[in-house]
Design a protein around this ligand. Structure first.
Ligand SMILES: *[C@@H]1O[C@H](CO)[C@@H](O)[C@H](O)[C@H]1NC(C)=O
Length: 566
């Protein structure tokens, strides 16, 4: 045995020992980081015009403390943040879902600062600030601790550009995956072990440190309308690249996905799109805090805008007031059509995040549905849980939106919605939302030659051929399901013989999708595999239910031709 092998074994054993000392966090034993009220959960979203507008969102002290005024210092050099932009008003919400189980919940103050008049394709540096009043100077991080007695602020090394840190993180993931495989191999016949293994643990952020309070972050604005991004080149050609993750949650495989994305795509991405079912809070709003703690640990969504789409797990009916979508609306700030009209659901009690919530629910505008052009793409985000029926507010807005797309300027038209119109798997076939989308919305997609429809909901991956009303046709949109983003990747095929519109279907791998736009006529779609599902044995699935498609190994890669020009 060479010294090198001995050394690497020793290192491995040491790492394993260290990992074993980390506490195993079960569903009931987790904690959001308070960070003594200092700035955290920083995330970006594009404004109406991503070339000139960006919205910075973050959390500070809990809302039961005196209000603080959030703002952003910004400039084109880290040494000269010469412009100060303040929020219009801070937001927060209180919630009491499952009071008996979880107690009262008060969100942190949720700040959203909409920045305008930026230059296209330009790198900006920014620092988030809070003040007691808008005419006072920014509070130092330590000063926000007045709000949270007894909590000392942890100092944190800024790891954001530290490759060793990312590498260590990846190594940890590999070791954990190995451990999992070892333990499952050892205990295959023991039902207890198996059910424990299948009950996925939430991401454990309790060991993580708080973001450095004075961190100067950076983002880049999008290219001018109708252009590609000259700063991100593939084969020396400018392009645009978006990542799509569905049903991400905050689990081990969510982390796998994020680590993979940060490691491989951090510098290539123009935006990250979440296709609904974001935090999997199970009505416990502290899980929104742990979700953003999770985001904080990977330094990505404070540099790359993250656009969201509403899923059934984002409904979260509030127990006392019957309000729905409270956290989803308050914690993000998408480019609004107009301010949100948040509704209530006062039908029979019961968990609205179950497989089949009632349709439609009352939530218009705000983060529910919205659209923006980015370079040569036009992106529409729909809410399948609001009404999509002809005559509804969303439907009328969507028709106006589709009519107004100027395909000579933005030849690529992409829709993101949580529920899939095409579904080759054996679940969710009776969802009222899917039936409504199929009946009312798909004809619009076909009529207006939408290029790509991205959905989640099914915890699997699927890509259709170009299809219209169940018939493959070169003129129809391509539909993809990217629901294997982190949450329980398991779904049986609906039929052994796949429907004629199926191009790829797989529920054995976790991953994320990327769409890279090369020019008006060509783009590339990739499904990037990042983890193996513990829910099904690929061989069993393969033999019993499908003889046409082998399970995906590394990726599904396809060049999309813009059918608008066919
Ligand atoms: C568009 O991009 C594709 C893929 O890179 C390339 O083959 C094609 O020639 C390009 N078309 C134009 C008009 O540049």
């Amino acid at each position: 045995m060479t010294t090198r092998i001995i050394l690497s074994r020793t290192l491995r054993i040491l790492l394993l020992l260290w990992i074993n000392t980390l506490p195993v966090v079960h569903a009931s034993r987790y904690r959001a980081r308070s960070c003594a009220g200092s700035i955290r959960h920083v995330h970006l979203a594009v404004g109406h015009d991503p070339a000139t507008q960006m919205t910075v969102s973050f959390s500070s002290v809990r809302s039961f403390h005196a209000p603080l005024v959030g703002g952003v210092l910004i400039g084109t050099s880290p040494d000269n943040l010469d412009v100060y932009i303040e929020e219009k008003e801070h937001r927060y919400y209180n919630a009491t879902p499952d009071k008996a189980k979880h107690g009262e919940y008060h969100s942190p103050l949720l700040h959203a600062i909409r920045i305008k008049d930026l230059e296209p394709s330009t790198t900006y540096y920014y620092k988030c600030t809070v003040r007691k009043r808008h005419d006072e100077s920014p509070l130092e991080a330590s000063e926000t601790a007045w709000a949270l007695r007894g909590n000392s602020l942890k100092k944190r090394k800024d790891h954001s550009h530290d490759h060793d840190y990312m590498k260590a993180n990846q190594q940890q993931e590999v070791m954990r995956a190995e451990e999992r495989e070892e333990s499952s191999a050892d205990n295959d016949d023991e039902p207890d072990q198996r059910s424990r293994q299948l009950d996925l643990d939430y991401y454990d952020g309790t060991q993580g440190e708080c973001p450095p309070p004075n961190k100067i972050r950076t983002f880049q604005t999008g290219p001018a309308l109708g252009s590609l991004d000259q700063t991100k080149k593939t084969n020396n050609q400018p392009s645009l690249k978006f990542a799509y993750i569905g049903d991400i949650g905050q689990f081990e495989h969510s982390q796998e996905n994020i680590v993979h994305l940060v490691t491989h795509e951090r510098n290539n991405l123009n935006a990250i799109m979440l296709a609904g079912d974001i935090a999997y809070t199970g009505y416990d709003n502290r899980r929104w805090d742990t979700f953003f703690d999770f985001m904080d640990d990977f330094f990505m969504v404070d540099e790359i805008p993250m656009q969201i789409c509403a899923g059934n797990h984002d409904i979260e009916k509030e127990e006392n007031s019957n309000e729905i979508f409270l956290a989803y609306e308050h914690r993000f700030d998408m480019p609004h059509v107009q301010p949100a009209q948040l509704g209530v659901y006062d039908g029979p009690s019961g968990h609205l995040n179950m497989d089949a919530p009632p349709y439609p629910l009352d939530y218009e505008y705000g983060n529910a549905y919205y659209a923006f052009s980015y370079g040569i793409t036009h992106n529409i985000f729909l809410n399948a849980y609001s009404s999509m029926d002809p005559g509804s507010i969303q439907y009328k807005w969507l028709v106006r939106e589709l009519q107004s797309v100027e395909r000579r300027v933005t030849p690529w038209l992409i829709v993101t919605m949580h529920v899939p119109v095409y579904n080759a798997f054996d679940v969710h076939h009776h969802d009222l939302q899917i039936l409504a989308a199929k009946e009312h919305i798909e004809p619009l997609f076909v009529q207006y030659k939408v290029n790509l429809v991205v959905a989640g909901h099914i915890h699997a991956y699927q890509r259709t051929k170009n299809v219209a009303m169940d018939e493959p046709t070169p003129k129809g949109p391509v539909h993809v399901v990217v629901g294997a983003g982190g949450r329980q990747c398991k779904a049986q095929f609906q039929t052994e013989e796949p429907a004629p519109w199926v191009a790829v279907r797989d529920a054995t791998r976790y991953g994320y999708g990327t769409l890279e736009i090369f020019n008006a006529t060509h783009a590339q779609w990739d499904w990037v595999v990042t983890g193996h599902s513990e829910y099904q044995d690929e061989n069993v699935l393969w033999k019993q239910t499908d003889t046409t498609f082998p399970p995906l190994r590394h990726s599904d890669s396809v060049v999309l031709e813009n059918q608008f020009f066919l």
